[in-house]
Each structure stands twice: as structure tokens, then as C-alpha cells.
Design a protein around this ligand. Structure first.
Ligand code: C2R
Length: 161
């Protein structure tokens, strides 16, 4: 099956975080592609990627960036696909700059923004799974099974207090 999710990031240095989104997609058996694309450093590539994403068969884009994190918003501006933004933790401002850059979109062009860093990236993978799962019962069943495991872990954790 061709890639359903496009995982993009502003720099290779974001990979340690964005890998967490890919790990969840692997777990949910969702085909995805991954690529470094920067609104600032490769603007033409960014436009081309966003403009061709839907016709290439992608259903959801996960975009991670740090600092002046314009990538998710600019991609959202150029595609009709849902974009999930991951604020990568920056070294100077701990990712608050990334978060605010991604979450404060103007009306009309939304970016579904998750939390800063690794937990946010993993949740981005899950959210993509839930979006696809609304139209694919097999994916939805895998998301549900993951939730059931998490619930079980929490219930059992009391026993080891
Ligand atoms: N925020 C953006 C964009 C963008 O938004 O287009 N392109 C790169 N970057 C970010 O710059 C940070 C530092 O990048 P380097 O480590 O390559 O210097 C990364 O977190 C990247 O996401």
C-alpha cells in the first residue's frame, strides 16, 4: 500500500523526536513516508511537497519543527489534508517558541497541535491513526487495542505501589 501519512520535519536534528511518531505508525501498521522539508531552508520543496501530497495519496501530514516553527502552518496553507504539528523542543526556549509558532494559527487554516517533544510526537502518530481509523476498521481496531493495553497497565500499576 502507498504511504498514507507524510512525516516531515524541518531538520534532520528533529529526527530523534519525530521517530516517536513513526514508531507509533509502525505499530499501527500504517504506511508512511518520512522526509526533511523546511519552509525556511527549502521553501520551493515545501510548496511542492504540500501541493502534491493529496494527489500522491497521502491522507494526513505530521509536521515537526523547532524554534520559529513555520513548517506545519505553511504546509497547512498549501494542502487540504489535515496537518498535525509537533513542536520540537528547542535548546534555548525549551520548545515554547515551537509550540506558540505552531498553535497560534489564524482562523481558517488549522493545524492540530500536540504537546512539545517526544510525547507529543507519539501522540501525533496516534492521532493520525485515529483519523485514518475512522475510515479503516482494521486500523481503528489496532488503536483500540493499544488503548486497552494502556488502561490495563494503569490498573495493574496500583498493585506495585
Ligand atoms: N522550524 C524550522 C523550519 C521551518 O519551520 O521550516 N526549518 C527548520 N527549522 C528548525 O530549525 C531547528 C534547528 O535546525 P538545525 O538543527 O538544522 O540547525 C530544527 O528544530 C528545525 O525544525
Amino acid at each position: 500500500m502507498s504511504a498514507q501519512v507524510g512525516v516531515i520535519m524541518g531538520s534532520k536534528s528533529d529526527w530523534d523526536t519525530m521517530k516517536l511518531a513513526c514508531d507509533v505508525l509502525d505499530e499501527l501498521q500504517i504506511p508512511y513516508e518520512k522526509k526533511v522539508v523546511s519552509a525556511h531552508r527549502t521553501p520551493d520543496l515545501m510548496f511542492e511537497y504540500a501541493e502534491s501530497a493529496a494527489e500522491r495519496g497521502l491522507k494526513v501530514i505530521i509536521a515537526g519543527a523547532g524554534g520559529a516553527a513555520h513548517l506545519p502552518g505553511m504546509v497547512a496553507a498549501k494542502t487540504i489534508l489535515p496537518v498535525i504539528g509537533v513542536p520540537v523542543k528547542s535548546s534555548n526556549l525549551n520548545g515554547l517558541d515551537s509550540l506558540l509558532s505552531i498553535v497560534q494559527m489564524p482562523g481558517g487554516i488549522p493545524v492540530a497541535t500536540v504537546a512539545i517533544g517526544n510525547a507529543g510526537a507519539a501522540n501525533a502518530g496516534l492521532l493520525a491513526g485515529q483519523i485514518l481509523g475512522a475510515f479503516d476498521p482494521a486500523v481503528q481496531a489496532r488503536v483500540q487495542a493499544r488503548r486497552d493495553r494502556i488502561k490495563q497497565d494503569v490498573l495493574e500499576s496500583s498493585e506495585t505501589l
